[in-house]
Write a protein that binds this ligand. Structure first.
Ligand SMILES: Nc1ncnc2c1ncn2[C@@H]1O[C@H](COP(=O)(O)OP(=O)(O)OP(=O)(O)O)[C@@H](O)[C@H]1O
Ligand SMILES: [Mg+2]
Length: 255
């Protein structure tokens, strides 16, 4: 079954056409990529999938449910989690709380329950806390549980963002430039981490990344957009040699 189905998606900002006639279907378990030059519309696609922006036209289905009109936390409830191109951790909270609270924040847990401190609330709190510890352990972040995110090395912050996204047990994980700002050692670790997460969490992944070797190693399919338009799609090998892709990245003069 398709975890994600996008049909004829478009987004305009005033006179600017950021995304036009974008189509994409991801079957459960896929790990696919979205690439394109700066300003191509990649993050805008993520913002529409995750409910941060409403599309100007088109349709997005998550596990066959239309997301039209849903706020981000309602989209999260359908099984979608994301990371941000510019890290958006909660810097005043510990690493552990970033994971713990995200489950409340993104899933809207516990508003009524917490007033009553019900048994159900307490049980859920305990589950949330245990899962947060499990995730930190699994991603090698356990030693940092009590630290503030801003005190962590940059690569560790990127990892924490991924851990936080996983905390809501997504079916579809959107990674927006997870390798941005990482040194080459961290990039290698990220490749291993994404591959491991993909298997271990049985999650469908769509990632945006400018690091071509990351995409070549991880993605089974890649879609390329430029000025909001799809210019190519295929396997990493097909994309690497595609004239329109080379031209979009280097300019026609270099062909
Ligand atoms: N909220 C907004 N209001 C107005 N214009 C926007 C908004 N968000 C994005 N844009 C514009 O839409 C276009 C696509 O932006 P987007 O951030 O999706 O590009 P991108 O492919 O993610 O680029 P990058 O690789 O630099 O992250 C750009 O021209 C951008 O300036
Ligand atoms: Mg972007």
């Amino acid at each position: 079954m398709a975890v994600l189905e996008i049909k004829n998606l478009g987004k305009s900002f005033g006179g600017l056409r950021a995304v036009n006639n974008f189509n994409l279907t991801l079957e459960g378990g896929e790990l696919s990529g979205l690439i394109g030059p700066n300003g191509a519309g990649k993050t805008t696609v993520f913002n529409m999938i995750s409910g941060f922006y409403q599309p100007s036209e088109g349709q997005i289905l998550i596990n066959e449910v239309d997301t039209a009109g849903r706020k981000p936390h309602k989209v999260t409830a359908l099984g979608v989690a994301r990371t941000f191109q510019n890290i958006r951790l909660w810097n005043e909270m510990s690493v552990l709380d970033n994971i713990r609270i995200s489950q409340h924040h993104w899933l809207g847990y516990g508003v009524v329950d917490s007033l009553w401190r019900s048994k159900r609330y307490q049980r859920r709190e305990k589950e949330i806390e245990e899962y947060a510890h499990e995730l930190l352990e699994a991603l090698g972040l356990a030693d940092f549980a009590d630290e503030l995110p801003r005190n962590l090395p940059y690569g560790t912050q990127r990892k924490l963002e991924i851990a936080r996204a996983l905390s809501v047990r997504p079916k579809l994980l959107l990674l927006d430039e997870p390798a941005a700002g990482l040194n080459s050692q961290d990039v290698l670790e990220l490749i291993r981490l994404v591959r491991w997460i993909h298997q271990k969490f049985e999650v469908t992944i769509l990632m945006i990344e400018h690091h071509m070797d990351v995409m070549m190693q991880l993605c089974s399919r890649i879609k390329v957009i430029d000025f909001g338009e799809t210019i190519a799609e295929g396997t990493p090998e097909e994309i690497r040699n595609h004239p329109a892709v080379i031209s979009a990245y280097l300019g026609d003069d270099n062909i």
